[in-house]
Design a protein around this ligand. Structure first.
Ligand code: M6R
Length: 616
């Protein structure tokens, strides 16, 4: 939530900042703003409500010169989306400008304190309090910018990634982080520095990145090595990481929306995900995480999966696979609930955090809690170098490339694939799955990218079916076994992108309540591919049919029975039931996408949402 970007160096800052904001817009799009330091101690600030493109329009005719600047794209927490509440926020004396991602939890007390000292506030944000506090400390104690930032942050509780500039010292940017991500890109010979909430906005300028850790404050000054201190004034050596991202993945590449591109990218992403891990010819799965922590993983008494949203759905599939193949019990928890309910974590427990962004505040906090309690922390993360990745003792990257659309699509299939590899490898190592069974799955998994392509080839049909859903006000999604989490995921996709109320249910639960909703206006999407409960779900479909529900079903290619009952069906190629979610979810992603497009909605940036939920 909220994206920040900054630049100091010899280039014009504005184009870098604007491009950076566009790349970070997935983190929030309630307002955008930029502060530019030009010569003669001049600071120009431009802000607009809404998207970055609004900011661009309003700044087009203005003075956008300057080699130092900070910028922000907002997902509102405190204060409605408005120009007044947009960042950067400026200190009362007009010297300091600050951008912030996070929440200052004690802002109200600090505000009362500052009001007592004669400060007035223009916005209703928590962030403005922080910039005024820094000014207060500068005025009161005559501290330099770094010193004042450190002192202010010592008085703050909450989460922050901040960047601060001072127009009286137009040669530096001070940045700091606690619980919200911040990465600094280092230019050649320290002639320039870039900063951002993640590496995407800056990777085209430099690959040398420093990920700030919690409680660190850094000074970025041209021609000088980056200095990092902790809030306790200890020096920290910047650890430079080489980060490489294929820049094509940051563009739409001819597709109308990132979401569509990312749906279509899945066969390639899944090939990337299994490369070097699934060795089909040798009938092997090689996961370095298992090699490194063999004992602890093989002797795990329980796995606890913590995640949110789509990642939680992937966790539900992972549970079934780990329990089936490795015979180790698995609990799947909403990270936001787990972290606050005094969970029992025992020696021998392994906690798996699943997260695309690696920055979800609740998942990170749940993971840190598990770490404090001595669990082995295993991360399944997409964004390399993210906070959850760095908090992991070990783990597996999904390697599906940057996901820009707010709706998770390729991240989900990447997570499910990683969980499949993990569960299979574990079961194989433990001897709880037969060699024949193991080999059968290894072969099948290697065929998944090609089978995904076959599902995507039916997009025209999926689009036609989606048209009929466009005017629905509600929808039910049903599945059983491995397809139940797929139903949950399909319903979430429809809700978040198309704003149609949708519920996912295990199909047998229908009779315990939801069936009361079924009438001739209710679309019911069944994920009814072949598996051991196929006959049972067939009966569930009949029950909906008997009540005139409009049935759309995802079926296996040779299916006849469901096809005879349903209003519309979409086929997936035959596969082993356990891995069917990797295919059956694709039509559901496409349905949500097409319905949203038919409704004229903003697919990549649905209302009220942000991709990276860095506040709890
Ligand atoms: O980055 P994460 O995987 O931790 O994000 C978790 C959820 O916020 C995310 O999956 C969300 O539910 C998606 N927008 C769903 O499409």
């Amino acid at each position: 939530m909220c994206g920040i970007v900054g630049y100091i160096g010899y280039r014009d800052a504005y184009p870098i900042l604007i491009k950076g904001l566009h790349r970070l817009e997935y983190r929030g799009y309630d307002s955008a703003g930029v502060a530019l330091l030009a010569g003669d101690h001049k600071m120009n600030i431009y802000k607009s409500k809404g998207k970055v493109s609004n900011l661009e329009e309003s700044a087009a005719s203005k003075d956008i010169s300057g080699h130092i600047g900070i910028a922000h794209t907002r997902w509102a927490t405190h204060g409605e989306p408005s120009t007044l509440n947009a960042h950067p926020h400026v200190s009362q004396n007009g010297r300091l400008a600050l951008v912030h991602n996070g929440i200052i939890e004690n802002y109200s007390n600090l505000k009362t304190f500052l009001e007592g000292k004669g400060f007035t506030f223009k916005s209703s944000t928590d962030t403005e309090v922080l910039v005024q506090l820094i000014q207060f400390i500068q005025d009161e104690y005559g501290k330099d910018l770094e010193g004042a930032v450190v002192s202010a942050l010592r008085r703050v509780t909450g989460a922050y990634a901040i960047a601060v500039v001072d127009k009286e010292n137009p040669d530096k940017i001070v940045v700091a982080r606690k619980s919200s991500p911040l990465v600094v890109g280092i230019g050649e010979d320290h002639k320039e520095f870039f900063l951002a909430s993640d590496a995407l906005p800056i990777v085209e300028y430099t690959k040398q990145m420093v990920y700030l850790n919690d409680g660190e404050v850094a000074l970025l000054k041209v021609g000088q090595k980056m200095e990092i201190h902790t809030l306790d004034n200890e020096d920290v050596d910047p650890k430079i990481k080489e980060v490489d991202v294929n820049l094509d993945t940051l563009e739409k590449g001819g597709y109308e929306h990132f979401m569509l591109k990312e749906i279509y990218d899945q066969p390639r992403c899944i090939s990337d995900c299994i490369r070097g891990r699934l060795l089909a010819d040798e009938k092997k799965i090689v996961l370095s995480a298992i090699n490194q922590h063999r004992d602890r993983l093989l002797r795990a008494s329980r796995f606890i999966i913590v995640a949110c949203g789509t990642s939680w759905h992937a966790g539900l599939i992972g549970k079934q696979m780990i329990e089936q193949w490795a015979k180790i019990p698995v609990d799947v928890e909403y990270a936001s609930e787990f972290r606050y309910r005094k969970p029992v974590i025992q020696p021998g427990d392994v906690v798996i955090a699943i997260s695309q962004s690696g920055e979800t505040a609740d998942t990170l906090a749940a993971f840190e809690l598990a770490k404090e309690r001595g669990a082995l922390c295993f991360g399944i993360v997409n964004v390399v170098g993210s906070s959850i990745a760095r908090a992991s003792d070990t783990g597996i990257y999904t390697h599906v490339g940057p996901e820009i659309g707010v709706a998770s699509t390729k991240a989900f299939t990447g997570q499910v694939m990683v969980l499949t590899l993990f569960a299979l490898a574990l079961g194989h190592e433990l001897g709880s799955i037969s060699q024949m069974e193991f080999e059968k799955y290894v072969t099948e998994l290697s065929l998944i990218p090609e089978k995904m392509k076959k599902v995507l080839e039916q997009d025209a049909l999926t689009k036609d079916i989606s048209r009929t859903l466009t005017y629905a006000r509600n929808a039910l999604y049903m599945g059983r076994g491995f397809n139940y989490p797929v139903a949950l995921e399909g319903a979430l996709k429809l809700k978040e992108i198309s704003y149609i109320h949708a519920e996912g249910y295990p199909a047998a639960e229908m009779k315990h309540g939801p069936i009361a909703l079924v009438d001739e206006n209710m679309p019911v999407v069944f994920v009814a591919t072949h598996h051991q409960l196929y006959k049972k779900i067939l009966s569930n479909i009949q029950e909906v049919k008997a009540r005139n529900g409009r049935i759309i079903a995802i079926v296996t290619e040779d299916d006849e029975a469901v096809k005879n009952i349903a209003e519309a069906t979409i086929e997936i190629p035959a596969t082993l039931p356990v891995v069917a979610p990797l295919l059956s979810v694709l039509p559901l992603q496409l349905i949500a996408y097409h319905v949203a497009v038919f409704k004229g909605l903003n697919v990549d940036q649905p209302r009220n949402l942000a991709k990276s939920v860095t506040v709890e």
